[in-house]
Design a protein around this ligand. Structure first.
Ligand code: HEC
Length: 103
């Protein structure tokens, strides 16, 4: 077993920063599509994304979005890291909710 040094993690993190925003959203999409669509799609049809765009949607701001993602991951028993959680929040926000994103 190799231990990854904290120095290596640091440089990887720095390298990653440049592509962070897009990479995180792509990861979030992958995680979301693998874990979240099926159930929403059963409820809403198609790819289930109507649950995020319906007029009476529950989520009204970023803290609310984060909370709802936690609620859904908890009920699924998924042990996501803070990063995975954030990636999915970012994906949902950039694709559907668009809080604090200028058109
Ligand atoms: C077992 C079924 C199920 C799965 C799987 C599921 N959800 Fe949900 N989700 C729901 C239900 C039910 C609601 C709607 C609750 C309501 O309308 O009051 C919901 C609503 C949401 C909403 C809020 C939509 C709105 O109204 O703004 C978000 C965000 C969300 N889910 C994220 C996720 C994420 C992220 C995952 C994957 C980790 C996930 N869900 C997986 C059942 C599920």
């Amino acid at each position: 077993m190799h231990k990854i040094s904290s120095g290596l993690i640091c440089s990887l993190t720095l390298l990653g920063l440049q592509t962070f925003a897009t990479a995180a959203v792509a990861d979030g999409k992958t995680l979301h599509n693998a874990n979240c669509i099926q159930c929403h799609a059963q409820m809403k049809g198609a790819d289930g994304s109507a649950i995020y765009t319906r007029t009476d949607r529950r989520v009204q701001d970023m803290p609310g979005l984060s909370k709802q993602v936690t609620r859904c991951t908890n009920s699924l028993g998924l042990a996501w890291t803070e990063q995975q959680h954030q990636d999915v929040v970012d994906y949902l926000n950039s694709s559907f909710y668009k809080f604090n994103i200028k058109p």
